[in-house]
Design a protein around this ligand. Structure first.
Ligand code: PLP
Length: 344
């Protein structure tokens, strides 16, 4: 994959930090211009975060060397763009309606975007995606389960694209822990052009600590490590992740609750005539097409309930996106919908 990277990245000599050059333990550290006074946070964190990657590798069934950790998964999205896309020359392919950061990151990096809409049932338009790709198409972003539609995309289609697309295929699995489908992580052992993104922001309940993962073959991980800021993951974040690994049953419980609540909200939405369609969800949110989406949105705001108005998004016309909350919060949403029904 290295030959696909920009020349300046291929030739890049990465910053070599003090923690990088001396890896053992010593009596006295006078190498990094840190404060010598121990307050629990005076030392730089491990730039490679091995104490997080080792247990995480066990959980995910990969090797620690196949993991990159970022400041949210938004960081590897940006890094991949900077590694592979020559500004003003190369392009990426996105598949609307999808996650907004691919576009923002491309715009920041002055990378052009080719958009190939999902099909009307929100699946991959494999033929048109491959037809849209040219010699400058460096990255294809596939989001599954997809945000904002909520569905997973067909795994065989993903594999066909991995085999047919000449650049990097990024599979964004931010919502995989809510999904009935298997992760694509195993593809990293078969295909050098695959990067799978996951995050601690959703099912793990830790959006606050900013920790995302990229899984790929070691060549790709080396590239990401070369380009990242040396100490991109703080010690506080690493400690919070380690603590979460100890309480994985809590994560399983909360996912189970969300899935139960998702069916309940789904059933309630389906009940009303003003709801034209409730799209099947594999994530912790539901997309629904409603009559008068803007008025319903404002009504919910007036009740203190904020949902996401996606009614002007391509292929989501008239849709609102409902994140699944705590049971009591969902009760309030369900009550508000009933009130809307009775007054309209
Ligand atoms: C929420 C989300 C992310 C997560 O971003 P973080 O930076 O890890 O918080 C990534 N991709 C998609 C599709 C998302 O919806």
């Amino acid at each position: 994959m290295i030959h696909l990277a920009r020349k300046n990245i291929q030739n890049l000599k990465p910053y070599s930090s003090a923690r990088h050059e001396f890896k053992g333990t010593a009596k006295v550290y006078l190498d990094a211009n840190e404060s010598p006074f121990n307050n629990g946070m005076n030392r730089y964190p491990d730039p490679m975060q091995w104490k997080v990657k080792k247990p995480l590798a066990g959980i995910k069934g990969v090797q620690p060397e196949n993991i990159f950790l970022g400041n949210g998964s938004d960081e590897p999205i940006d890094l991949l763009m900077r590694i592979f896309c020559e500004p003003g020359i190369d392009n990426i392919i996105t598949l609307p309606p999808t996650y907004g950061m691919y576009q923002v990151s491309a715009d920041i990096n002055n990378v052009a975007i080719k958009k190939v809409n999902l099909t009307t049932d929100y699946q991959l338009d494999v033929e048109n995606i491959l037809a849209a790709a040219d010699e400058h198409s460096k990255i294809l972003f596939i989001c599954s389960p997809n945000n904002p539609t909520g569905n997973s995309v067909d795994r065989d289609d993903i594999e066909t694209l991995i085999q047919g697309f000449k650049g990097i295929v990024v599979i964004d699995e931010a919502y995989i822990d809510f999904s009935s489908e298997e992760s694509c992580v195993e593809f990293i052992n078969q295909y050098p052009n695959v990067v799978v993104l996951q995050t601690f922001s959703k099912a793990w309940g830790m959006a606050n600590i900013r920790l995302g993962q990229a899984y790929a073959n070691t060549e790709m991980i080396d590239l990401l490590n070369k380009v990242k800021p040396p100490y991109n993951i703080s010690e506080l974040t690493q400690k919070a992740a380690l603590l979460a690994f100890k309480h994985r049953n809590k994560v399983r419980e909360s996912v189970a609750t969300i899935l139960r609540e998702r069916s309940r909200v789904e059933d309630n939405l389906s009940r009303y005539d003003f709801v034209k369609e409730v799209y099947p969800s594999d994530a912790n949110f539901i997309l629904a097409k409603v009559e008068k989406p803007n008025r319903l949105y404002d009504f919910l705001v007036s009740k203190g309930i904020i949902v996401r108005n996606r009614s002007t998004v391509t292929l989501c016309e008239g849709c609102l996106r409902f994140t699944i909350g705590q049971p009591k919060e969902n009760d309030l949403l369900i009550e508000a919908l009933k009130e809307w029904k009775n007054t309209n």
